[in-house]
Ligand binder design. Structure first.
Ligand code: HEC
Ligand code: HEC
Length: 153
C-alpha cells in the first residue's frame, strides 16, 4: 500500500530538479578527484548521458586540455555520470558545454553582460566565480556572490 506515496515523491523530486532548484550532487570520490582537479566537478545532472559519453570519449582533447584516464577509471566514472545524467534535452549541447545548454542559458538570462565579462569570471564554465560554495554542492541562489561581492537579489 506504500507504493503510490513513493511514486508521488519520485515525481515531485524530478520536477524540483528540472527547475534547477535543490540540485543535490551525488557523492563519488573517484569522480570528485579526477574531474575536480582542474575545475570543480560539474554536477552530473547538468548534461545528458549522451553528452557525458562524448565527454568521456574525448578526454585526450578535452577543451584544449589532456584529461585522459585509464580505461577502467574512464568506464567507472562514465557509469556514475550516466546514472545521474539529465533526461531532458534542455540539458544537452553539441559543444558538450553545460554553459551552452538551453537550461543554463535560461537559468542565467538575468545575469548582466558586465558580470560575465568581469575579469574574475572570464568563462561561464567558471561556476565558482559566482557560486562560491558550488564545489561544496551549494548551488542555491542564496549561495551566489557576484564578483563585486554583492549577493544576488
Ligand atoms: C587536465 C585538466 C582537466 C581535467 C582533469 C578535467 N577537465 Fe574538464 N575542462 C578542462 C578545461 C580547461 C575546460 C574548459 C574550461 C573553460 O572553458 O573555462 C573544461 C571544461 C569541461 C566541461 C565544460 C564546462 C562548460 O560548461 O563549459 C565539462 C562538462 C567538463 N570539463 C567535464 C569534465 C569531466 C567529466 C572530467 C573528468 C573525467 C574533467 N572535465 C576533467 C580541463 C580539465
Ligand atoms: C557570472 C556568475 C555566474 C556563473 C559564472 C555561473 N552562475 Fe549559475 N547562477 C548565477 C546567478 C546570478 C543565478 C541566479 C539566476 C536567477 O535567479 O535569475 C544562477 C543560478 C544557477 C542555478 C539555479 C539555482 C537555483 O536555486 O535556482 C544553478 C543550478 C546554477 N546557476 C549552476 C551553475 C553552473 C553549473 C555554472 C557553471 C557551469 C554556473 N551556474 C555559472 C550566476 C552564475
Amino acid at each position: 500500500m506504500k507504493m503510490p506515496f513513493v511514486f508521488f515523491l519520485a515525481i515531485f523530486a524530478t520536477a524540483a530538479q528540472a527547475d534547477g532548484h535543490q540540485l543535490t550532487v551525488p557523492a563519488n570520490a573517484q569522480w570528485q578527484s579526477e574531474c575536480g582537479s582542474c575545475h570543480l566537478a560539474y554536477p552530473p545532472q547538468l548534461l545528458t548521458a549522451e553528452n557525458w559519453r562524448q565527454v568521456m570519449k574525448g578526454l585526450d582533447r578535452h577543451f584544449g586540455a589532456n584529461a585522459t584516464l585509464d580505461a577502467k577509471e574512464n568506464a567507472e566514472i562514465l557509469a556514475f555520470l550516466e546514472r545521474h545524467a539529465a533526461r531532458d534535452s534542455r540539458y544537452s549541447a553539441k559543444s558538450l558545454r553545460i554553459s551552452d545548454t538551453p537550461w543554463f542559458q535560461r537559468e542565467h538570462r538575468e545575469v548582466p553582460h558586465t558580470v560575465w565579462s568581469h575579469k574574475q569570471v572570464k568563462s561561464p564554465a567558471n561556476c565558482t566565480a559566482c557560486h562560491i560554495d558550488g564545489d561544496k554542492g551549494n548551488w542555491s541562489e542564496r549561495g551566489v556572490r557576484l564578483p563585486d561581492g554583492r549577493r544576488w537579489e
